[in-house]
Ligand binder design. Structure first.
Ligand code: FE
Length: 225
């Protein structure tokens, strides 16, 4: 079963459970609603609210947005060999000709006491749909800052696999004057997650198949400045 089928199966299962009112109660986390936001994303406009599938209870992707007064810091992971300083400032890493499955990631950057962090830096880099990094230019690399509500939105593609790794997106996150966090985001339902020694389930995004690609959610928790 490939990743896409698994992902759709998970979403369908969540819908089936949520709609089965007469069955034995099952612990299903509430759906999360993502709304449009102020950060401009080149070539992408989210005009309608997107309802995310139910996430696993305690999912770190939902940190602080679940009503908690505090949360654990986002785990740090190795930077890997392909980081390149000086990425352009942009919320979209793709254009109409970029091969791959479109992916829009949204979320909020919080401090450990669940206060949204405005103007936090997020610097993303990733492999292309074929699993290759652009080490000569800045394809699929870019940084942005959270808005006044701590929100960010990244428009990109689902990265391809490369030897030894599962699907992942690298990111550095930093509150103004705070400690820089280097980590990676992962996708649920990818078979290679189980064999990747770097994979951390606390860094799994909540992902849903949309009409125009995939929609994902992840909230970061970083040291305050
Ligand atoms: Fe990588």
């Amino acid at each position: 079963m490939n990743r896409m089928i698994l992902r759709v199966a998970v979403a369908l299962g969540a819908v089936a459970l949520a709609g089965c009112a007469s069955a034995t109660p099952v612990a299903v986390a509430p759906a999360v609603t993502m709304t449009s936001q102020a950060i401009p994303a080149t070539g992408n406009t989210q005009s309608a609210a997107v309802t995310m599938p139910a996430a696993p209870a305690g999912s770190a992707a939902l940190s602080c947005s679940n009503g908690s007064a505090s949360a654990s810091l986002t785990p740090q992971l190795t930077e890997g060999p392909f980081f390149k300083a000086g990425s352009p400032e942009r919320a979209s890493l793709i254009d109409a000709n970029t091969p791959g499955t479109k992916l829009v990631i949204t979320g909020t950057v919080y401090s450990a006491d669940c206060k949204p962090v405005a103007h936090a830096l997020l610097d993303f880099w990733q492999a292309d749909a074929s699993g290759n990094y652009d080490n000569s230019g800045y394809n699929l690399r870019g940084h942005q800052y959270t808005d006044a509500s701590g929100r960010y939105q990244l428009t990109t593609i689902v990265p391809g696999l490369y030897t030894g790794r599962t699907e992942h997106i690298h990111v550095k996150v930093q509150a103004p004057n705070g400690q820089l966090i280097t980590t990676q985001l992962f996708f649920p339902g990818v078979a290679q997650n189980d064999s990747d020694g770097i994979f951390n389930p606390a860094l799994l995004m909540v992902v849903q198949q949309g009409s125009d690609g995939e929609q994902a959610l992840y909230n970061f928790v970083v040291p305050a400045g």
